[in-house]
Design a binder for this molecule. Structure first.
Ligand SMILES: Nc1ncnc2c1ncn2[C@@H]1O[C@H](COP(=O)(O)OP(=O)(O)OP(=O)(O)O)[C@@H](O)[C@H]1O
Length: 691
């Protein structure tokens, strides 16, 4: 039962393949290893592996007829085994190296040892040391694609002898009433749409997987009843309606007897999938553990690539090139910690008969035979050819090298430099010597581009965070001037899409150049880690929009634009002792219409930027995550506000200033300062009764 049983309704072909494999022994295919029980259990049940298995099965399929007579006519067995070994050989040569060299033991894994141990400890704790009445436990494995999450689970369940029942999304969603009836065992009168059916099937799968053991296949031992449920293929319906997943999980946690593991890959726009499906409240409510994997470290990656390259070079010398260390390093750099992508790139760039690869190699040869005359041009050429090589490697299978905002900001703020001797670089004239800097090892424009964020949004983050990393007030003045220039470049909505790149370039290079404490390579250390924060601008802009809206509705009789109301009329009304206003208007005047001359504004609480944060607030993401769409976002804020205001009984909309930001999520900065001023208000505005 389990995933396979649930999937049976939808994908009979898969099930047939599955069973056919299990009866291979019956047909005399003694080569098929059936003794590795837990691993087979996993492989048989995983969608990806089913696919792989189907591929494996497609070969014996043609040979099945041949295999059968093998038992009767011994003479033919030699030929057959020869042809099979040839077949196997050619198959193994065509086999993707990610599968051919898939890790077999924990030591083979490219994942950090501590991470493997953490997962192992969780499995032991929730499977072997489980209390009799303990409910179901849920583990969430997150991390970038190809960092070895699935490989780790595969190895650990094999080592610990745990059975795995994995959910695979049904391929066909055209459920008939009969299908549903056979799943639920009764006539369902309700209308079920395919997406709902998917969720219903998922729920049914969980129930069954929890209740029944996996079907025992020939050669599998029945002693082992330790198992877990694995979900890597999350039904799409849950992205549309995360609440339905939460309901199912609540029920699972109450009733289940075995653990449930979700594997979710991050994408470059951050951990939004994870946040959507597993918000903080659900993690806390259901005590869901979260183990987050990091991209594979370059040293581990190099170890794996080296091993594969060496084996391939000795085994298949005539078919494959043996890449040198530099090529391996550039593959390593181009794959952003994704081992799957790195091994695929290695395989592709090692094949001899690939015309693309020939082009690649000839161009590489061409560039390396160039003779450089001076030291300067040599250095430059070397760098240029390195970049070129990098780009080419990326072009033939490298991975899109996106970086999270957190790292992108770090690269700008902690900019790395390289000392170059006077002969290598032209010197500035003496009167400009204060502007001399060592050569930057980064390209700020490239970093902004890889962060997948608009230039002006990136500038916002830089603006919020740069001051903490400066030690000299004059440097701050210079940097802030550059940021102002960058802001002006983006001020015209018409030219903003074009100018944003220039604006980000001015801002990033301006901030980098202004910081004299990081001017030279030798003065790079010592700053230590400092947290990065999200811009206050998000909060302030939201408040500004709300105030404009409130001003317009409360003082509509003046027919003034909201800016004029807030900067001219309200400060004036605030100075009158008898402004003839109602309570809502008075509150608004108190909040907006006066500037605190005696009090200092405290700092707003800042929200920390985490390493996997996309950096784009959810409201912006809905509007395609671009600051160019801020206007759309602003309109949305206003429309939302309009809606809430309509519901207010007295007909007077109140701005959030008057609510002291209580409606804001606690993750947002809270307006402490405004509240403090309201509390210690010295201004008395009398209420004037017009009757
Ligand atoms: N030493 C190794 N360590 C980890 N994986 C390896 C290693 N050598 C080869 N591989 C292969 O690399 C691939 C790693 O992908 P895996 O599915 O584990 O990543 P993942 O983190 O689950 O990402 P995704 O969510 O994209 O599947 C697997 O196909 C695995 O067989």
């Amino acid at each position: 039962m389990s995933g396979s049983s649930a999937g049976r309704q939808a994908a009979p072909a898969e099930v047939t393949g599955w069973l056919a494999h299990s009866f291979d022994d019956f047909f005399g295919n003694t080569n098929t290893s059936s003794s590795t029980v837990p691993m087979n259990a996993l492989e048989g049940s995983t969608g990806r592996n089913q696919h792989q298995k189907k591929k494996d099965l497609s070969l014996p399929a043609s040979s099945k007829n041949k295999v059968l007579p093998r038992k009767r006519a011994k003479s033919s067995s030699v030929d057959l085994s020869c042809s099979r070994s040839r077949q196997n050989q050619s198959q193994s040569q065509d086999e993707p190296w990610v599968d051919k060299y898939k890790p077999e033991t924990q030591n083979d894994l490219a994942v950090h040892k501590k991470k493997t141990e953490e997962v192992e400890a969780w499995l032991k704790m929730h499977i072997f040391q489980r209390q009799p009445k303990q409910g179901g436990s849920v583990l969430l494995l997150t991390g970038p694609p190809g960092c070895g999450k699935t490989a780790t689970i595969q190895i650990l369940v094999k080592d610990l002898g745990i059975q795995v029942q994995e959910w695979t999304n049904p391929i066909s969603l055209d459920f008939t009433k009969e299908d549903l009836k056979s799943v639920f065992g009764h006539d369902s009168n309700f209308h079920t749409f395919p997406s709902q059916a998917q969720a219903a099937l998922f729920q049914d799968f969980l129930l069954r997987a929890n209740k029944y053991n996996k079907l025992q296949m020939l050669g599998e031992s029945s002693e082992n009843d330790k198992k877990l449920i694995l979900i890597e293929d999350i039904p799409n319906q849950f992205y549309r309606d995360p609440n339905s997943l939460h309901e199912i999980l609540r029920r699972f946690v109450r009733t289940s007897r075995c653990p449930l593991i979700f594997i979710i890959s991050d994408n470059f726009s951050g951990d939004s999938n994870q946040r959507l499906l597993f918000p903080k409240e659900i993690l806390e409510e259901l005590c869901i553990s979260n183990i987050s994997f990091k991209p594979v470290a370059p040293t581990n990656m190099m170890r794996v690539l080296n091993r594969i390259a060496t084996i391939e070079a000795t085994m298949n010398r005539e078919k494959n090139y043996a890449p040198d260390r530099t090529s391996l390093e550039s593959i390593c750099r181009g794959c952003s910690g994704d081992i799957r992508s790195a091994i695929n790139s290695l395989q592709f760039s090692s094949v001899k008969d690939c015309s693309l690869e020939d082009n690649f190699r000839s161009s590489k040869k061409g560039s390396s035979t160039l003779k450089c005359e001076t030291v300067v041009s040599k250095t430059r050429k070397k760098k240029k050819s390195d970049t070129l090589e990098n780009q080419e490697i990326q072009a033939i299978g490298g991975k899109d090298a996106s970086i999270f905002l957190f790292h992108a900001l770090g690269k700008i703020i902690y900019c790395k430099r390289e000392p170059l001797s006077e002969s290598e670089f032209p010197q500035l004239p003496s009167h400009l010597s204060e502007y001399h800097r060592d050569t930057l090892l980064i390209q700020p424009e490239e970093i902004v581009e890889k962060s997948h964020m608009s230039g002006s949004m990136f500038n916002l983050y830089l603006h919020q965070n740069y001051v903490e990393f400066f030690a000299n007030i004059d440097d701050v003045v210079r940097a802030s001037e550059y940021l102002s220039t960058a802001d002006v470049l983006c001020s015209n909505w018409n030219s903003r899409p074009v100018m944003e790149k220039y604006s980000a370039s001015v801002a990033t290079r301006g901030v980098i150049h202004s910081n004299t404490t990081r001017a030279f390579a030798q003065c790079q250390g010592g700053m230590g880690f400092r947290p990065l924060h999200k811009p206050q601008w998000f909060f302030i802009n939201k408040k500004y929009q709300e105030n404009c809206l409130a001003a317009k509705s409360l003082f509509s009789s003046f027919s003034l634009p909201p800016e004029c109301l807030q900067t001219e009329l309200l400060p004036y009304l605030a100075m009158l002792t008898n402004p003839m206003r109602n309570q809502a208007q008075i509150a608004f005047i108190q909040d907006v219409g006066r500037l605190p001359l005696k009090r200092h504004f405290g700092r707003l609480k800042l929200e920390t930027l985490t390493d996997k944060d996309s950096g784009i607030p959810d409201l912006f993401v809905n509007y395609e995550g671009d600051l160019a769409d801020v206007n759309a976002m602003e309109t949305a804020v206003q429309m939302e506000k309009n809606k809430t205001n309509k519901n207010e009984s007295d007909g007077f909309p109140l701005s959030s200033s008057q609510c002291s930001g209580n409606e804001l999520p606690c993750s947002q900065p809270q307006p402490i300062a405004a509240q403090a001023i309201m509390e210690e208000d010295e201004l008395k505005i009398e209420e004037y009764d017009t009757d």
